[in-house]
Design a binder for this molecule. Sequence first.
Ligand SMILES: Cc1ncc(COP(=O)(O)O)c(C=O)c1O
Length: 375
Amino acid sequence: MERARQLQASGRDIIHLEVGEPDFPTAQPIADAGMSALRAGNTAYTPAAGLPELRERIAAFYQQHHGINLNPSRILVTPGASGALVLLSNLLLNPGDTVLMPDPAYPCNRNYVHLAGARARLIAPQTVGDAAPDIVQLEAAYDETVKGLWLASPANPTGAVIPHTRLIALGQWCDSRQVHLMVDEIYQGLDFSAPASGSRAMGDLPSALALGGNTLVINSFSKYFGMTGWRLGWIVVPEYLITTANILAQNLFISAPTISQIAALRAFDADVVEILEQRRAAFRQRRDYLSSALTSLGFELPWQPEGAFYCYADISHFSDDCEQFCQRLLEDHGIAATPGTDFGDYQARRFVRFAYTSALPRLELAIERMAKALA
Ligand SMILES: Cc1ncc(COP(=O)(O)O)c(C=O)c1O
């Protein structure tokens, strides 16, 4: 990213396929609500768990879209999903504990675990393209130090969605082993599995919250809601963790940004969702284009890019070193992408993540440049 910026500053035209954030600005009604809050002088802290109105709004979202009746006191509003992940690691983990997570996965997770003095144990896919580990793999990876299984659906970097039936089975395994299941649903809403016309607003995926029990769910206003820089996310914890989570949140952050919380009250309104759904349609169109264009060029996409905004491409027809491959793409052809080695160890050198967070004409130009480069 840094090198891409340098090249761009020197006058080169760089196509950004490395950035994991929506290229759309925050929807105007949300931005307006933030500006009004600022003008009205709403600049004090909020309660540690967030504005009660926002927590109620989030609970209403689970009711309306997932049919889940959620006590708002189980929701803590955090500084991004990042804040939720820091909170979660310190809430659940002690030094010497272990967390299981798939390989590849969002790289910061293992760092949060490490920061809490615990260890991340990465589970390589049984078959490249698997959306989540299976029970046999979990049993093989389990020992008494294991306290958590962390998953994301849709996932970064693969865009894969864990089928709900699989999630239920994983939840049952976690219950049987008394292991906390954490599902990062930050890309929920950005799923493209159902046909465009039949899609429900805010996506079609069920939430892992439906599993009940010890499941913790993380979400964010960053991706579907397009509010990355506002730094706002949330975590849903089981009842018995509410008090400890509040104490920890108070100590770690005092509160999430107040102006952002007031702005986010607008995020679930019908006029905003209409804008967000148009953006989801644009992401779907980009996904359709990019996945088939990459495949025609000779890349393979073992993980179905069903959600988020990533294609995780196997580059082994062209190179056995993703870092060198990305470096050449950037330096010689002006395309920035992310090497697989950022996301894990298992066959990581074979993979590159392409983010479709640039407009369609830019993606077309990237494919044109890549076709020349690979020829
Ligand atoms: C899977 C996943 N979780 C969490 C985050 C952090 O998001 P934020 O802190 O902006 O909500 C990201 C950001 O890319 C992500 O991909």
